[in-house]
Structures are given as C-alpha cells and as structure tokens.
Design a protein around this ligand. Structure first.
Ligand SMILES: Cc1ncc(COP(=O)(O)O)c(C=O)c1O
Length: 413
C-alpha cells in the first residue's frame, strides 16, 4: 500500500469515529495508556470511571464507615442490578438477579430444570460449547445417570426429542462470535417439551437478547465482559417468572430462604427469583455490576449492537485487504446479524502472532489451536483502534517478527 492509500484508510477510520453516536462513551472509561489498542473487552471489559468512584465510596464510606450496618442496603444490590439487567436482556423486572459465577449458576439452573422432569433422561448441548458449560453438564449427567448429547451445531434441532429434558447452549460462540438462533432453538426445544438454558456471557450488554420475546426458560451470564463489572464480578441468572415457584435449585442456602433471619429449622424457599440465591453475595463486585449495567442501559443495547456490527464489518474489510494475502482468514460470520462483538482470524501461527502483537501494544487474545480473537467492545473501541491494531498486525507479519517468538502454547485467560 502506498502512502496515499494508507492516509485514505486512516481518514476513513477517523470519519467513522466522528459519525459514531457512542464515541463520547469512551471518555467514561479508564484508559491509562492511549497507545495500547485493547481488543480484549470480550474477556475483561475496561473499568468505567463511575465504577471506580462507586467502589471508592463503597469501600471508604460504607465498609469503612457503616461496617455491618451496611447490610441494610447491601442486601438489595443483586436484585436492583438484576432489574437493570432485565431491561438489557429483554426480560421482565423480577426475572434476573446477580449471584455467584456463571458456572455455579449454570449448575443451579440446569439441576433445577432436570429435577422438574425426572422422567426425561437426555441433556442436549453443542459439542463446541464453552468448556465450563460442557463440564458442568457432564458432571450433572454422570451424577444422575443421564445421557449428554453433545452434537454439532447443525444437528441441534434433530437431536431434540420427547426424552430431552434440557437444551443448554451459548448465545454467542466464544471462539468465532457466531450468534445462535435463540428464538428458533428455544421454540424447537419447547416443541418437544424440553426446557432451554442459554449462556449469555458473550451477548449480555452487547446484543439484543429478547428473553421474554422468545419465552426463554432459563439463562445465565457473566458481567465482567461487555457489562464492564471487573474481574470476578458476580454473574447473573434469569428464570422466567412462571417457572420461578415451580423450580427448586440444588443449593438450599440461607439467602434463598423465606424469612432468612428467623433462622428457622427447615428450608422453605422464598417465592420469586431470590430462591435461586445461595450464600452471602460479594458486595463490591455487585456494585460494579450494577454500575456497568447502568452505563450499558444508558447507551442502549440497539446503539451498542449497531456499533458492534459496524466495527466488525470494518475489521473484516481491513482483514480482507491487508491480512488475507498474509495467510489469515476470517473465522467469524460475515453476515452482520450472525456475528457478536468480535472478529476471529484464523492463521496457523496465531499463537506467535498473538505474542508479537502484545509486544506491539495490541491486546487481542488467542484461542486454541489457531484463532486470534479481536474483541470489539463498542463503548470504548474506536474505528481508529481497529485500523491501528490491524495495521500493526499486518506490519509485524510482513516483517516476519512473529517468527522470533517460541511456538509453545501457554495458558492465556
Ligand atoms: C461462554 C462462557 N461461559 C462461561 C464462562 C466463564 O464462566 P465463569 O465466570 O464461571 O468462569 C465464559 C468465560 O469466558 C464464557 O465465555
């Protein structure tokens, strides 16, 4: 590419940023090194300024000042944040609450669903589903003597029958960003009388989910990616209102107990979504999830999703022009409506390229065996970031700099 073409490309990225209605939201996040291109918001979102401020207050004034009296208002955080999340996920108030981790919530809700239909002996999932989901389902199937059918994506609908208790899937594929047909697969499960449990980790806060519109039974998801709640922040769970009082989760903890502080002898689960809680919630993480959800709701999911599509289109366009000749191919769906807020690039040296990029101050991530995953979090990723990140990638591969890095795979989160 000559100098003129390079300048035109950069101008175009700058124009797209000027036309971006969400551009001001970038200033609402902590950015300590403007030279670093952060393309990993789908692993860990950036820190919102308002969250930093809220946590300072919570630590200094509430924990430091109020001590145990703080529980008078801390107890409501999970439900208050859940109600903001319900708006983001297209659910009703009272159907979402913060609790535990995604893995633990998946276990609780899958167990509850299986207990509700003991005569049905099959769990269906997708063979490439996120590892923790597959492992939790494997554990449940082993403990109960059930069959776990882990099938390729295209065979999901055919794998359902009147022996199926539960269909458990991820809304967005963590590797490629491919979006599953949530309404269609939910309807297919319902046609055979099965319940459906969706993992929304990669769609919550960044894509329209439409839980109520699709009559989804159950869902879980994390808050540390596109809800910007920070490392280890509590996850959320959703249970459709008409199912709440019919289902019983397996951890009969005191936070799910009616009249918790009566400390009664027997467990009687409270009506409503709180019966899916177990133990004492993490208050600081809860504030961070609440604040991240508020910021997301303020920007609005339709605008966020529109920018995710535009960023993805732009990344694919640059990849086709610059990276395809260097052996990269686009592993994510090209159709906008089928892609989440990420673009995955396939390359046989993806691991070494990823290490070299980190040294060029571009932060993507690697997914085994050959994917470079570029997260495009719409609230703080600019089109110029995509341009700069991919031009650094192109230049280093052109110069063969990635070949200086060892081939061994190490663990990256
Ligand atoms: C689809 C999906 N499910 C679950 C998890 C993780 O669950 P947990 O927060 O319990 O570790 C992730 C983490 O990246 C994920 O991408």
């Amino acid at each position: 590419m000559n100098f003129r073409e390079a300048a035109d490309q950069l101008n175009r990225a700058e124009q797209l940023d000027r036309a971006d209605p969400l551009a001001p939201f970038r200033d609402r996040f902590v950015v300590t090194d403007p030279q670093t291109i952060y393309l990993d918001g789908n692993s860990l979102g950036r820190l919102p300024l308002s969250t930093r401020e809220r946590l300072h207050r919570a630590v200094d004034e509430e924990w430091g000042g109020e001590l145990v009296r703080g529980w008078a208002h801390w107890l409501d955080i999970g439900r208050a944040a859940g109600d903001v999340l319900a708006g983001i996920l297209g659910a009703h108030q009272g159907e979402v609450v913060l609790a535990d981790s995604t893995s633990v919530n998946l276990y609780k809700l899958a167990s509850a669903a299986l207990d509700a239909v003991p005569h049905r002996r099959v769990i269906v999932t997708e063979e490439q589903n996120f590892p923790t989901d597959r492992y939790v389902l494997q554990g449940l199937a082993a403990a109960r003597g059930l069959q776990l059918r882990a099938v390729p994506n295209v065979d999901l609908a055919a794998a359902l029958d009147d022996g199926t208790a539960l269909l458990c899937l991820s809304h967005v594929d963590f590797r490629t960003g491919a979006v599953a047909d949530l309404p269609g697969l939910t309807a297919a499960a319902h046609r055979v009388g099965a319940m459906v449990l969706w993992d929304l980790c990669h769609s919550a806060g960044v894509l329209p989910v439409g839980l109520a519109g699709a009559a989804v039974d159950l869902a879980v998801g994390c808050t540390y990616k596109h809800l910007h709640a920070g490392p280890g922040a509590p996850a959320f769970l959703y249970v459709r209102r008409d199912l709440q009082d019919r289902l019983r989760q397996p951890i009969w903890g005191w936070f799910g107990q009616a009249d918790q502080f009566a400390m009664g002898e027997a467990y009687h689960p409270v009506p409503g979504i709180e019966r899916f809680l177990a133990g004492t919630p993490g208050v600081l993480g809860g504030y961070a999830a609440w604040e991240g959800a508020r910021l997301t709701a303020e920007a609005g999911v339709p605008a966020i999703a529109a920018k995710a599509r535009a960023l993805g289109r732009y990344a694919i366009e640059l990849s086709d022009a610059w990276l395809a000749p260097l052996g990269f191919s686009v592993a994510s769906p090209r159709a906008d409506h089928r892609r989440g807020a990420q673009v995955a690039l396939r390359h046989p040296e993806a691991w070494r390229v990823c290490q070299a990029l980190l040294d060029q101050r571009v932060v993507p991530d690697f997914r085994t065996p050959d994917l470079l995953r570029l997260g495009l979090a719409p609230l703080y990723t600019r089109f110029v970031d995509v341009h700069t990140g991919l031009s650094r990638l192109r230049d280093l591969v052109l110069a063969g700099r990635h070949l200086d890095y060892p081939e061994a795979h190490a663990r990256v989160t």
